[in-house]
Design a protein. Structure first.
Length: 117
């Protein structure tokens, strides 16, 4: 079994101190690769942030959400965000830092395992 290898980094964005923690997922087979959490100003924590790699190879960040129990016009489940950045600028700053931390953690993981799962 693979041990968890997470890191935490503190940044300042949007006038706040933000601690970003990224933890690689045990099973790297799907598109989701890691979970993340953030702590804002040492007083408010957001968990359930997911980091993945799309089929085109792009890294994406998904904020925590829940299934509403409703279906859209195409019959697909509708999800609602629980917590999310309000402004485009803060969203970009936050996502950039989460991705930066993800890349650091995955680089450490690759060094630790020699690129093998």
């Amino acid at each position: 079994m693979k041990e968890n290898n997470n890191t935490t980094n503190t940044i300042n964005a949007g006038g706040m101190s933000i601690k970003v923690t990224v933890t690689p997922m045990q099973n790297q087979d799907g598109c989701l690769k890691a979970n993340a959490s953030i702590i804002l100003n040492d007083v408010f924590k957001v968990t359930g942030i997911r980091i993945g790699i799309s089929q085109k190879g792009n890294i994406f960040v998904s904020m925590p959400d829940y299934k509403t129990g409703r279906l859209d016009d195409n019959g697909k489940d509708v999800y609602q965000d629980i917590a999310y950045p309000v402004t485009r600028q803060f969203r970009q700053e936050l996502y950039d830092e989460i991705v930066k931390e993800f890349n650091a953690v995955m680089g450490q993981e690759e060094q630790r395992t020699g690129g093998k799962e």
